[in-house]
Design a protein around this ligand. Sequence first.
Ligand code: FES
Ligand code: FES
Length: 164
Amino acid sequence: MNGAPRDMDADPGELLVERLRDGLGLTGTKVGCDTGQCGACVVRLNGRSVKSCLLLTVQAAGSEVTTIEGVGSDGGPTALQEALRAEHGTQCGFCTPGMVMALGDLVDGADTEPAEGEIREWLTGNLCRCTGYHGVVRGVQRACAGARAARPADAARGEGVSAS
Ligand code: FES
Ligand code: FES
């Protein structure tokens, strides 16, 4: 769990999101719908984003689970979190942890800056009632551009791209 081993018992019917929030106090993971539609509960399981309201705790046994509390370093934001802030991709913030956990796959794996349509398609599993998604899309573009610029090969070619 966020890099530290946890030994725990779980009821067979307990949802992973219940364990995270109620059992472990990791309340950064939100519950918006409890039916797999909103994406507020997304965490990473062995590096892949999953909706923790659709997963039993026992199904996560032996896996690496990462929640929003486990991203970033030294308490600082990730590049994606910072880009979402800079581009006004977050307002009330309820959806933001789930978006960060889901979008990390896209940002980390981006060899080229994803097109707006690709980002919006990626976001179909994460609902936001505040931002209208425009700022989120710009934030992802900014984060992807920054990630590319930070890679030695791209930096040497001067391929950093501004999303503004
Ligand atoms: S609470 Fe899991 S998808 Fe909405
Ligand atoms: S920022 Fe409020 S729901 Fe997305």
